[in-house]
Design a binder for this molecule. Sequence first.
Ligand code: G3P
Length: 218
Amino acid sequence: MKFFIDTANLDEIREAYDLGVLDGVTTNPSLMAKEGITGEENILKHYKDICDIVDDNVSAEVIATDYANMIVEGERLAAIDDKIVVKIPMIKDGVKAIKYLTGKGIRTNCTLIFSAGQALLAAKAGASYVSPFIGRLDDVSTDGLELIEQIVHIFQTYGYGTEVLAASIRHTMHLIKCAEIGADVATCPLKVITGLLNHPLTDIGLEKFLADYAKGNK
Ligand code: G3P
């Protein structure tokens, strides 16, 4: 399973990359705004800065919501760097834009997926990734993990090349369950990735190993 980090914070991206387990980055307009990145020029430069840190797979989201402007914006984003994956919202014009950009050899990530039908449409349009938001489904008492399972099953049944990118991951159990279910990618905040490190028995065990070593090597 690929690990993406879901942030526009360069320090967090560097920290996850330095750990040696990072396969990509997802951002969205809310995450860019959180970092205070505003204005088209600054936003494009920030995407380039992210691309300079990681090896591949930097999702950059379009703001336009109509087909004509989506494809112009998508091509502009894709021109920043070969690592860019253009993120397109799951709306009617978005599906058309995915089809167009795919035809141009530009990778796409269809975002704001909340149903299997939406994922199927995006896959048929040729999306490289679909991003079901599991935490936001859980927020409204709907099992987000069940949706991941359903989409993985459909894509496997028909052999779609579209990868299932589990998004809106809130905690380590989401991530582990996504791995069990067979999600191709999970995009998470840094604290979820580093949270996988933690186990009290590891800390206790290491403390004892070091204490025993110290006793024998005085
Ligand atoms: O990848 C989508 C993500 O940024 C949304 O997460 O926690 O705002 O639902 P959240």
